[in-house]
Design a binder for this molecule. Structure first.
Ligand code: PEP
Ligand code: MG
Length: 325
């Protein structure tokens, strides 16, 4: 399988009509980083920083975190790394963290909600990220943002840490890009004010679809009940892409949807130009992009948006077959 990944390394994800799609990888541990190079991906679209926290016996302090993020930056060899701040709670538990039992943990005290309520924890992580990216580019995003004000509050903590680092004479990152994950439906109706605050947005389709369909993402009984390739989802995705494009904000998608070729094709048809997925899925995504006509899939998607049935997936599969995608 890795031979196949390497074989696609040098191939650029450019469509038949000459549109460049950015293909990135999702990582959790440092050992995932070489796979980004092996796959010839553009960068790390999602670094799940809670993963190294989950495999430890205790909470890493600022210097341990700095060391970890610095290694990630070094191993990325100049390719961008989008660090997602801690997303604990929900389906991600820290063994040394005594959590309070919640009836609906996915909708509970998790991710940025903990970060804003326990700012010391988030500030420590931001301090470590600033130091790890000294003199380099820092890309950081906040998970589970539900409203613009929440993003502004998180960004204010980053600004305070930058100020602090400057005061103590530390080297700051050369460039800073701050983004929000779009995984709570309420945020879709605040995209216009939100886009004035963010440098980029990344759709977390795993959480977003769980909330949009009201289906637990971990419940196997429901796993096949609703299809991401449905008119409602495509319409939502197209709306997100159009609104962010108009506002001039970079957009990506880093949930599981990006890693399936037909889903990725549909997302490109909705206007996405950047996707992030596990490294082993990059070769198939490249193959798909290189045989795709972006303008034509966009037009085809438009014809599917009002379908009253379950035909969208088979329509897209037929499209891919007929167009040799
Ligand atoms: C998502 O929700 O789609 C996402 C990428 O974040 P995670 O899977 O880590 O919740
Ligand atoms: Mg998520």
């Amino acid at each position: 399988r890795w031979e196949e990944v390497s074989a696609a390394k040098e191939l650029a994800p450019v469509s038949l009509d000459n549109q460049r799609i950015s293909l990135n990888v999702n990582v959790g541990l440092l050992m995932d980083l070489p796979h980004m190079h092996a796959a010839g991906a553009d960068g790390v679209g999602l670094y799940r920083t809670e993963v190294p926290f989950m495999v430890r016996k205790s909470l890493p302090d600022v210097s341990e975190q700095t060391e970890l993020y610095r290694k990630a930056m070094d191993r990325a060899e100049g390719k961008p790394v989008v660090f997602r701040t801690l997303d604990v709670g929900g389906d991600k538990v820290l063994p040394y963290w005594s959590s309070i039992a919640e009836e609906n943990p996915a909708m509970g005290w998790r991710a940025i909600r903990i970060g804003l309520d326990r700012p010391a924890l988030l500030r420590q992580q931001l301090r470590a990220l600033i130091r790890a990216c000294a003199g380099r580019q820092l890309d950081v995003m906040f998970p589970m943002i539900s409203e613009t004000a929440e993003f502004k509050a998180a960004r204010a903590l980053l600004d305070r840490e930058l100020e602090r680092e400057k005061t103590i004479g530390g080297t700051l990152p050369e460039k800073i890009r701050v983004g929000a994950m779009l995984e709570v439906p309420a945020l879709i109706w605040q995209l216009i004010p939100l886009c004035k605050e963010v440098d980029f947005l990344s759709v977390g389709s795993n959480d977003l679809l769980q909330f949009v369909f009201a289906t637990d993402r971990g419940n196997t009984r429901l796993a096949r009940r609703y299809d991401a390739l449905s008119p409602g989802v495509l319409k939502m995705m197209r709306n997100i892409a159009e609104t962010t494009h108009k506002a001039g904000v970079d957009l990506s998608l880093c949930g599981d949807m990006a890693g399936q070729p037909i889903e990725a094709m549909a997302l490109i048809g909705c206007g996405f130009k950047s996707l992030s997925m596990p490294a082993q899925q990059v070769p198939d995504a490249k193959k798909m992009v290189r045989s795709l006509n972006v303008d034509s899939i966009k037009e085809f998607i438009t014809g599917l948006l009002e379908k009253p049935d379950h035909s969208v997936r088979s329509e897209l599969e037929n499209y891919a077959k007929t167009a040799n995608v």
